[in-house]
Write a protein that binds this ligand. Structure first.
Ligand SMILES: [Zn+2]
Length: 412
């Protein structure tokens, strides 16, 4: 898939006009008036803003209802209501994980997200069915997108015996991450769940990503238990806390020590910039040196109809939620949706610079703040030097209705 390409007439990072020369999938030169070597195709982007690929650092590829018939959301209000409702709807509504994950991948690629960190439900009803479907999509889409997977005990770990063994198996099948979920609120056994997932992490040598919706003291207590284990096991840099609503508490005496410890133990935080929940304070986290990533979370699933997998629009949401109004602060929102996610996923080739992977997109905007404010359609998306989407459409993955998902054209 690594290709040669000259991108002519763009403005990398919104700075001075510069051409970008790509050889074998890597950026080898950036500057004015570059000449294409013989045989290298040229894409003239006519003054567009050129940015590094977006990073979708928290989603659920196995459960989107995208392009499926509309199902009225009748799930109850509590977290457990939604979890139970989803588990039953999966088969009843034919939410096929392979078909639906491919649809969401196409949506992501079309919008310039070329790296996806996805949780996949592992439970005693579905077994490994969801994982098998997403693994098939990952294999099919390998040329289009990097996908890392989290074995995620969505229905609880301690409350559903048998789940731990399935998680163990999921890690041998290709999951790169160990997932966790509200050790108090869902499992009512914080020590049990955390000991179990940290043991899995140790056994397989894999990082951990914990969904933590628990508010205020409950969330703070769980974080303390996580800190203890990271310290004892030397897992600095290996843990991400997703959502971390407790960090959105208005009580600084609760939040500030937690932020200091997150920074000291190099524990990352993922925030979607949620409208309806307390949200971690993005600027304070970044100022403390905490790695921060973002993601769409569910994209039109049984939990909520909202979501479109657009990580440039997600930067808008982060900006709104965190009152990021200056151009410099708005650039921070984009940074979280690009570099922040790349840091969490350890994507060493990410970034729009000489020597990095040629994973980028162009957008009709004057500068980064304009792109964050307006999130216009992506005109061109390039993956390792190959054009994979144009004018908001993924070129290589079609999703005819119903099955099967097929490539319309093999990537070069
Ligand atoms: Zn999630």
């Amino acid at each position: 898939m690594a290709s040669d390409l000259l991108i002519r007439g763009g403005r990398p990072h919104g700075l001075a006009p510069a051409d970008i020369l790509v050889r074998e999938g890597k950026v080898v030169a950036m500057g004015p008036c570059l000449q294409p070597p013989p045989g290298v195709p040229v894409e003239d982007v006519h003054g567009a803003l050129v940015l590094p690929s977006l990073v979708e650092a928290h989603t659920h590829l196995d459960k989107s209802l995208w392009d499926m018939p509309w199902h009225a959301n009748t799930a109850g209000p509590s977290l457990m209501d939604k979890i139970d409702h989803e588990r039953h709807a999966r088969r009843a509504w034919d939410i096929d994980p392979q078909r639906q994950s491919a649809r969401q991948v196409a949506l992501s690629v079309a919008q310039g997200s070329l790296h996806i960190l996805s949780h996949v439900d592992i439970d005693t009803d579905q077994g490994l069915w969801c994982l098998e479907g997403v693994l098939a999509t990952r294999e099919r889409c390998r040329a289009l997108v990097d996908i890392q997977l989290v074995a995620f005990p969505q229905s609880g770990l301690m409350r559903r015996p048998g789940t731990l063994a399935l998680m163990d198996q999921a890690l041998t099948m290709g999951c790169e991450w160990v997932g966790g979920l509200d050790p108090y609120a869902i499992d009512r056994d914080p020590k049990g769940q955390l000991d179990a997932i940290f043991a899995l992490s140790q056994k397989h040598g894999r990082p951990i990503d914990i969904h933590l919706h628990e508010p205020e003291e409950m969330g703070a207590l769980t974080l303390d238990l996580v800190f203890e284990r990271v310290r004892a096991l030397g897992l600095q840099g290996q843990v991400t806390i997703s959502h971390a609503f407790c960090l959105g508490s208005a009580r600084s005496e609760l939040v500030e020590p937690l932020i200091a410890e997150l920074a000291a133990l190099d524990i990352a935080v993922m925030t979607t910039g949620p409208a309806g929940w307390s949200a971690p304070p993005l600027k304070r986290l970044l100022a403390a040196g905490v790695r921060v990533s973002s993601g769409s979370d569910g994209v039109r699933d049984t939990w909520k109809h909202y979501g479109n997998a657009d990580m440039l629009e997600r930067a808008t949401f982060l900006g709104l939620r965190n009152r990021l109004t200056t151009d410099a602060d708005m650039a921070l929102a984009l940074e979280v949706c690009t570099h922040g996610g790349a840091q969490v996923m350890r994507l060493h080739g990410h970034g729009l610079a000489v020597g990095k992977d040629a994973d980028l997109f162009t957008v009709r905007a004057e500068n980064i703040a304009h792109a964050v404010a307006a999130h216009p359609p992506r005109e061109l998306v390039v993956r390792r030097g190959t054009v994979v989407a144009r004018n908001g459409q993924c070129l290589h993955l079609a999703t005819p209705s119903p099955d099967p998902i097929v490539f319309t054209k093999e990537p070069a």
